[in-house]
Write a new protein. Structure first.
Length: 134
């Protein structure tokens, strides 16, 4: 569900593909509210998403503009493969489906469009995590 919501939020506010400026950063500064193992997983997924959207922002955007399950979705996934290959560590094995790729790139594109080049300080991150706890 989160992937669908993130995709919808990105598409609602970005009517054309993002343009990454020359000299732009690969990693997007984010606020994480997880802890422990969940925080490590969140960082790993965010790093993967940032890498894909940095090396293939137009292709990632094109994927999100396809209809899930449509043959054009698989065509868009194939065009994203070079970016995916740059982001998988040597020896790492991943099982990716069009749906999982959509979820990852939706998160990466939304974060890139939302946070942009904003630098999140450690104190701001800590304050945000204190405010989110139940």
């Amino acid at each position: 569900l989160r992937g669908w919501l993130t995709e919808a939020a990105y598409l609602a506010t970005n009517h054309k593909p993002l343009s990454i400026p020359s000299g732009g950063q690969e990693q997007v500064n984010r606020v994480f509210v997880s802890t422990g193992e969940e925080l490590r997983q969140a960082h790993a997924i965010a790093d993967f998403a940032d890498c894909i959207t940095f090396h293939g922002s137009a292709q990632a955007d094109a994927l999100l503009r396809t209809v899930p399950g449509d043959p054009k979705e698989m065509e868009a996934v194939q065009k994203l493969v070079p970016a995916l290959q740059q982001c998988v560590l040597a020896g790492q094995k991943l099982e990716l489906t069009p749906a999982s790729i959509r979820t990852v790139v939706a998160g990466g594109l939304w974060a890139r469009s939302h946070y942009g080049t904003t630098v999140v300080t450690a104190s701001a991150s800590a304050a945000a995590s204190r405010n989110v706890k139940n």
